[in-house]
Design a protein around this ligand. Structure first.
Ligand SMILES: Nc1nc2c(c(=O)[nH]1)N[C@H]1C(S)=C(S)[C@@H](COP(=O)(O)O)O[C@H]1N2
Ligand SMILES: [Mo]
Length: 505
C-alpha cells in the first residue's frame, strides 16, 4: 500500500489504494451514518477512516500470509483480490482514467513479491527446526535436503526477522516519501494576486483584542474550517487551469488564470458556514476574499432565459448548484482567487473558488472551480442534492458562545460571556444571552463588517459560585429571532439555541 501511495503521489494522489478505498467507503456510507461520523468524530473523521482501512488491510494481508504458508497460489490470490478491489475503487472515482490503475498494479506486484519472499523464509525456519530435531523418519527429507541443510535454525530465523523488519522500515520510508511528495505537489509558490480596484480598509479591531476566548474577528487562513469530499487535495497547476463558462449562455468562453486575475478584482468580507454545522459548532469561518464578481462573468456570457441554476464543476469531480436567482439578487457572489490577502491555499480551493454570501458551502462555495454551467434544476443535480440535501441552502441565523467554554470551571467574579453570531446577507441586529433560565439580556455587539459577515458579541457577567447555564440567540436585521426549535443539519441546516453549563468556583 505504501508503494501504491508513492506511485499515486507521482501521478494522481487520489488513486492511492488506501485513499481510493477510503473515498469509496465515504461514497457508499448512508447519509445518516455519515452525519453520525461527522458529529462524533468531527475533523478526525478522515484519520479514523484511513486508519480503519489500513488496519483491515493489514489483517486481511496477514490472512493472505497465513494461507500462503500452506498454499502459495491461494495466498497470492487473496492478496491480488485485495489489490484488485483497490484498483476498482480508484477506477470508479469521478475523474479516473486508466492511469489510475498503476498504483494498484505496483502495490500488487510488490505485495506478491514480499508475500512469496517472506513465505519462503518462513518455510526455511520451519524446515530447519524439523531437521534440527533429528526426527528423520522414512517420509522425512534426508538431512542434506536443500530445505533443511541450508542454514542453522538461528541464522534462518534471524534472516526472517531481519527481512520482516526491513519490509516494515521500507514501508515506513515509502509511505513517508509518498505523503511528502503529495504535500510538495500541492504547495503554492510564485503566484501573485493583483490588488483589488478598491481595496477594503483594514478591519476594525475586534472584541477578541479585548476579551480572551472570543473568536478572532477574521479567521486566520490556517485555522479556517475545512470541509470537502477529498482524502487528498486535488493538484491544480495554475498554468494548466482554466475556467469555462457555458450552458444556457449566448457567448460561452474560457479564461486562463492569467486572464482571470487581470480582470477587475473586488474585495469582500464574507463568513462561510457548512450546512453540517451543529448549533454551537466550529464549521464557520470569516475571511476577506478577493476575486472577480460572478455577475461580471455572467454578464459577459449573456445568460439566456430559462436557466435557473449555476452548476459548478470542480477539479475533484464535485458539483454544486447555486440558485441563479440568489446570485442575481445583488449579493456579491464571486470567483475568489485570494483569501486574507494571499493566494487561496490548496485546502481552500487553489487556484479559484466560488464564494456566495448567505448560502451554505455546499450550494455556493465550490473549491478548485473549473466550470460554471448555466442550466436548469430539471436537467442536472449536484453532488449533495443527489444525496438528499436541500436544493436551496440559505444560511440560518445562528449564534455561538465561545467563552466560557462548555463544562469549564471558572473563577467567581467579574467576567464576560462572549462569542459570535451570523445571519449572512441579512445581518445581525442583536444578540441576547439568558443566564440560568432568566430573562433574555441584550449583549453588546462588536464592530460591523457588513451583513455578509459575522458579528462578535459579549455580555459582562458577575459570576457567582455554583453551576450555571448560559444560552444565546441572535436576531436578524429584518427581525427574525433565532428559533429554539431544534433541527439536525440534514437536510437544510441545524437550528436551535445553544445552551451550555459552566461551574463557577
Ligand atoms: N470542490 C469542492 N468544493 C467544495 C466542497 C467539496 O467537497 N469539493 N465542499 C463544500 C462544502 S460542503 C463546504 S462547507 C465548503 C467549505 O469550504 P472551506 O473548506 O474552504 O471552509 O466548501 C464547499 N466546496
Ligand atoms: Mo458544507
Amino acid at each position: 500500500m505504501a508503494v501504491g501511495h508513492l506511485v499515486a503521489a507521482t501521478l494522481t494522489p487520489s488513486s492511492s489504494p488506501v485513499l481510493a478505498v477510503g473515498a469509496t467507503v465515504i461514497d457508499r456510507t448512508p447519509t445518516p451514518m455519515k452525519e453520525w461520523a461527522v458529529r462524533e468524530l468531527g475533523t478526525k473523521d478522515k484519520p479514523v477512516l484511513l486508519g480503519s482501512v489500513l488496519l483491515v488491510t493489514l489483517l486481511l494481508a496477514g490472512l493472505a500470509g497465513l494461507i500462503a504458508r500452506r498454499r502459495r497460489a491461494a495466498g497470492a490470490t487473496v492478496l491480488i483480490t485485495l489489490v484488485g478491489l483497490a484498483g476498482l475503487a480508484a477506477l470508479s472515482r469521478p475523474l479516473a482514467t486508466a492511469r489510475d490503475l498503476l498504483p494498484a498494479l505496483a502495490a500488487g506486484a510488490v505485495g506478491v513479491a514480499v508475500l512469496l519472499g517472506l513465505a519462503h523464509l518462513a518455510d526455511r525456519t520451519t524446515g530447519t527446526r524439523r531437521g534440527g530435531a533429528g526426527a528423520t523418519g522414512p517420509g522425512e527429507p534426508p538431512p542434506d535436503h536443500p530445505m533443511t541443510a541450508a542454514a542453522s535454525p538461528a541464522t534462518t530465523r534471524r534472516t526472517l526477522l531481519l527481512a520482516v523488519l526491513g519490509v516494515a522500515a521500507a514501508t515506513a520510508v515509502t509511505g513517508w516519501a509518498g505523503r511528502s511528495l503529495e504535500k510538495w505537489r500541492t504547495r503554492i509558490s510564485g503566484v501573485r494576486i493583483p490588488t483589488a480596484r478598491q481595496p477594503l480598509p483594514p478591519l476594525p479591531e475586534g472584541l477578541d483584542a479585548v476579551y480572551d476566548g472570543i473568536s478572532d474577528f477574521q479567521t486566520a487562513t490556517g485555522r479556517f474550517y475545512r470541509v470537502d469530499i477529498n482524502l487528498s487535495l486535488p493538484i491544480v497547476p495554475p498554468d494548466e487551469w482554466d475556467l469555462r463558462i457555458d450552458g444556457e449562455v449566448d457567448h460561452p468562453f474560457t479564461l486562463t488564470f492569467d486572464e482571470l486575475r487581470a480582470m477587475p478584482l473586488v474585495e469582500r468580507d464574507i463568513t462561510l458556514t457548512c450546512v453540517s454545522n451543529e448549533v454551537g459548532g466550529k464549521y464557520v469561518g470569516s475571511a476577506r476574499w478577493r476575486g472577480v464578481l460572478l455577475s461580471t462573468l455572467l454578464d459577459r456570457a449573456g445568460v439566456r432565459d430559462g436557466a435557473d441554476q449555476v452548476l459548478s464543476t470542480a477539479a475533484d469531480g464535485f458539483t454544486i448548484s447555486t440558485p441563479l436567482a440568489a446570485v442575481q439578487d445583488g449579493r456579491d457572489a464571486m470567483v475568489a482567487i485570494a483569501m486574507n490577502g494571499e493566494p487561496l491555499p490548496a485546502e481552500h480551493g487553489f487556484p479559484a473558488r466560488l464564494v456566495t454570501p448567505g448560502l451554505y458551502g455546499y450550494v455556493g462555495a465550490t473549491k478548485w472551480l473549473r466550470k460554471l454551467t448555466l442550466t436548469r434544476y430539471d436537467d442536472a443535480e449536484a453532488y449533495w442534492t443527489e444525496r438528499g440535501w436541500a436544493t436551496e441552502g440559505p444560511i440560518k441565523v445562528s449564534s455561538r458562545i465561545d467563552t466560557p467554554a462548555p463544562l469549564s470551571r471558572i473563577d467567581a467574579g467579574r467576567t464576560v460571556i462572549g462569542g459570535v453570531a451570523w445571519a449572512q446577507h441579512r445581518g445581525v441586529k442583536g444578540v441576547e444571552v439568558r443566564i440560568d433560565g432568566g430573562p433574555w439580556q441584550a449583549a453588546r455587539l462588536g464592530p460591523s463588517a457588513g451583513i455578509d459577515y459575522w458579528r462578535q458579541w459579549y455580555l459582562p457577567w458577575e459570576a457567582t459560585p455554583g453551576r450555571h447555564s448560559l444560552a444565546v440567540r441572535a436576531t436578524t436585521r429584518d427581525g427574525e429571532v433565532q428559533t429554539a426549535v431544534r433541527a439536525t443539519p440534514f437536510p437544510n441546516g441545524s437550528s436551535g439555541i445553544q445552551e451550555i453549563q459552566v461551574v463557577v468556583e
